[in-house]
Design a protein around this ligand. Structure first.
Ligand SMILES: Nc1nc2c(ncn2[C@@H]2O[C@H](COP(=O)(O)OP(=O)(O)OP(=O)(O)O)[C@@H](O)[C@H]2O)c(=O)[nH]1
Ligand SMILES: [Mg+2]
Length: 364
């Protein structure tokens, strides 16, 4: 299935049905009085986050989503039927904003989260509401209100704890296949992966995190080279990036350090905040380097790349070093989550509220 992470749609809620101005007319009944019922409410348009959907493709083709109008009221105190609501199912991670103003409306982050995008118009009043002691036979009624109408932008940014970053063929899809339940296509040609894949990594019996594999990035991606750089948006909401480097390229003319520098430059061109995000260096394909040379090759790389952060040596193909990487990621994510929970707790606890500093009484 084609992966689409951006769409523009229009949602139109149903109009309320008109109220009725009917008079009761029955044989042998005098002074029947008003009996016109209210119009039904127009249908609303809702968005629901659904974890079983992972693309916005449906909204590329169907752009306008219109809910039914409410039915008009009728005589004999009949109220009009309300128009049915419609439900738009969207992937978890969809950000909804106003297309014209860009104003954010919602961020669907959990499965089942639901939000009204356009409210159906209320039905009009029938003449039964207008009878009074002085007007026993009112002919007034009101029309239903129009339903809301909105143009919206949908943007999907996948929600994952860990994001994979690297040149094509670095072994990103091989790694996610080795450690998670995701089964993306793997091949020895560049740009095998064309859209993000998510996988759940289980660490021990109870702990897990979500990892995202995205297409490979190359120098000049910001200018459109390769698949461009727009899918980097899927790394924006991750907690930590794994920069995967093929440490043993087949082609001797390829310099892994130059490639790694190019990736960081592209990251910066897309979004400075991505460069600031915690990033770990993962040197892949160490199985291709004779064991006795590994230490030296790795040390050279780190020195030339001037890298000071965490480094992991792995072989996504044989699984070497993958367990250690996953345990470290899980520990790191757990500690970040704990710090965040503690901070939230402190913020909610009045004892930790910031107190005004005591007045300084010392003379100048
Ligand atoms: N020897 C060896 N080969 C590997 C290793 N990891 C990946 N490969 C091979 O490298 C090639 C590319 O792997 P992929 O996982 O498709 O690479 P990718 O980074 O997902 O590539 P794109 O999707 O094109 O960006 C495949 O032929 C893999 O079998 C490894 O640790 N050792
Ligand atoms: Mg791939």
């Amino acid at each position: 299935m084609k992966f689409i992470d951006e769409a523009r749609i229009e949602v139109i809620a149903g109009q309320g049905g008109a109220g009725s101005a009917s008079m009761r007319r029955e044989k042998f009944i005098e002074f029947g009085g008003p009996d016109g019922g209210d119009g039904g409410k127009g249908g609303s348009v809702w968005a629901t986050a659904d974890r079983n959907i992972n693309t916005l493709i449906d909204y590329r083709y169907a752009k306008t989503h219109t809910a039914k109008n409410g039915e008009p009221g009728r005589g004999a105190d009949c109220y009009g039927r309300a128009g049915d609501d419609i439900e738009l199912r969207m992937p978890v991670g969809t950000i909804i904003s106003d297309y014209e103003t860009g104003e954010p409306i919602a961020d669907l982050t959990t499965h089942g989260e639901r939000l009204c995008l356009a409210q159906g118009g209320v039905g009009g009043w029938g003449n039964i509401h207008f009878k009074s002691s002085t007007n026993r036979a009112p002919r007034q009624k009101t029309n239903g209100k129009d339903g809301e109408r909105r143009k919206l932008k949908l943007e999907l940014k996948v929600l994952a704890d860990v994001g994979l970053l690297g040149m094509p063929n670095a072994g990103k899809s091989t790694l996610i296949t080795a450690v998670s339940n995701a089964r993306p296509k793997i091949a020895d040609y560049p740009f095998t992966t064309l859209h993000p894949n998510l996988g759940v990594v289980r660490v021990g019996a109870e702990r897990s995190f979500v990892i995202a594999d995205i297409p490979g990035l190359i120098e000049g991606a910001a200018e459109g080279a390769g698949l461009g750089h727009r899918f980097l948006r899927h790394l924006q909401r991750t907690g930590v990036l794994l920069h995967l480097v093929d440490i043993a390229p087949f082609d001797e003319n390829i310099d892994p350090v130059a490639d790694a520098v190019a990736i960081v430059n592209e990251l910066r061109k897309y979004d400075e905040a991505l460069v600031e995000k915690p990033r770990w260096l993962v040197l892949n394909k160490v199985d291709m380097i004779p064991e006795e040379d590994r230490k030296q090759v790795v040390a050279d790389f780190i020195k030339r790349f001037k890298w000071k952060g965490p480094v992991f040596e792995i072989s996504a193909l044989t699984g070497l070093g993958c367990d250690k990487l996953c345990y470290s990621l899980q520990d790191y994510l757990d500690s970040v989550r704990k710090d965040r929970d503690d901070a939230d707790e402190r913020a909610a606890d009045p004892r930790y509220q910031e107190q005004a500093p005591p007045e300084d009484k010392t003379p100048d």
